[in-house]
Design a binder for this molecule. Structure first.
Ligand code: C2E
Ligand code: MG
Ligand code: MG
Ligand code: MG
Length: 285
């Protein structure tokens, strides 16, 4: 039975709503000033070859240097999206990331930079032109870039996404579906949208070593990627056992704390090594 609502309930709710609205306004203002003050900085997490453990890719992960603390994207990406500020935040991050990366590919021309892009940005008609112009400014070949889109964000935008992803891939940029297995999208999306990479969500990777033998979904996803001839990355790899199981199943690339935490550009710098092929041709030449 419905509870009788009294006047004091209304007052209580309206105070709560006021507080929530005030907090939101303050958070938005902080993001605006954060953009102005250059507080958004890219961190990078290595993605390694599952057989050799050598570096093949870096995923750029947003960080916000705010009030002396390094904030994680979970605390500001949603707010930035809802306040229509995500493009500003993303541009600040990409500017720095492309600048860092343009130096790294001089040493390692095969290195890939993976960037998370919000669906709100991808459905903007001007996205592809703006993004590729940006790459040109930094002399970064589109082949060195991969865009990650979370599976959960695809569902409501499938038609608009098809066109954008087609254009993105026409330019040579690769496209990954992120957090795969958690977004309730239909499996037929995997054929309808033509992904280059599937990223197994870390939840399934964790389950590999939680002692439950019933259905190792990470392995199911790896096998599915294999039959679709799509590159597969497992995220959230924290133990040697997980890494071995995934590699044995045929997962091509691994990412997680077992290999490296996300790091600042300064800390990534020393792990960027001159490609073997290039150093050899240099010694020969
Ligand atoms: P994601 O793209 O799925 O990134 C992987 C997340 O897992 C990162 O969290 C990473 O730090 C964390 N992680 C990596 N290895 C491990 C591990 O071994 N164990 C555990 N427990 N966690 C691990 P982070 O950096 O907090 O990012 C959270 C999410 O925020 C990202 O998830 C991505 O969806 C979003 N995001 C990050 N940067 C951006 C950005 O520039 N733009 C947009 N639109 N979204 C972003
Ligand atoms: Mg990602
Ligand atoms: Mg992910
Ligand atoms: Mg995620």
């Amino acid at each position: 039975r419905a509870k009788k609502v009294s006047k004091s309930d209304y007052e209580f709710y309206s105070i709560e709503l006021d507080q929530a609205a005030e907090l939101r306004i303050a958070q938005e203002a902080a993001i605006v000033s954060g953009v102005k003050e250059n507080e958004f900085i890219p961190y990078y997490q290595p993605v390694v070859n599952a057989q050799s453990y050598s570096l093949e890719k870096l995923e750029m992960l947003a960080r916000w240097h705010h009030k002396g603390v390094l904030q994680s994207p979970d605390s500001f990406i949603n707010i930035a999206e809802e306040a229509n500020l995500i493009e500003k935040v993303s541009n600040q991050l990409l500017n720095q990331a492309f600048s860092d990366f343009s130096g790294w590919i001089k040493k390692m021309p095969t290195l890939i930079l993976s960037v998370n892009i919000s669906v709100l940005q991808l459905v903007e008609p001007k996205f592809v032109k703006a993004f590729t112009t940006f790459l040109k400014e930094y002399s970064i070949p589109p082949n060195n870039i991969e865009i990650e889109i979370t599976e959960s964000s695809l569902v409501s935008n499938i038609e608009a996404m098809k066109q954008t992803l087609f254009e993105v891939q026409q330019c040579g940029i690769k496209v990954a579906i992120d957090d795969f297995g958690t977004g309730y999208s239909s499996l037929s999306y995997l054929k309808y949208l033509n992904f280059d990479t599937i990223k197994v969500d870390q939840k399934f990777v964790a389950e590999l070593t939680q002692g439950r033998t019933k259905g190792e979904l990470a392995i199911v996803i790896v096998n599915m990627a294999k039959s679709l001839h799509v590159n597969c990355v497992a995220e959230g790899v924290e133990t040697a056992e997980q890494a071995t199981k995934l590699a044995q199943a045929g997962c091509q690339q691994l990412q997680g704390y077992y290999f490296s935490r996300p790091k600042s550009a300064q800390d990534i710098d020393p792990i960027i090594k001159v490609d073997q092929s290039i150093s050899q041709s240099r010694t020969i030449g």
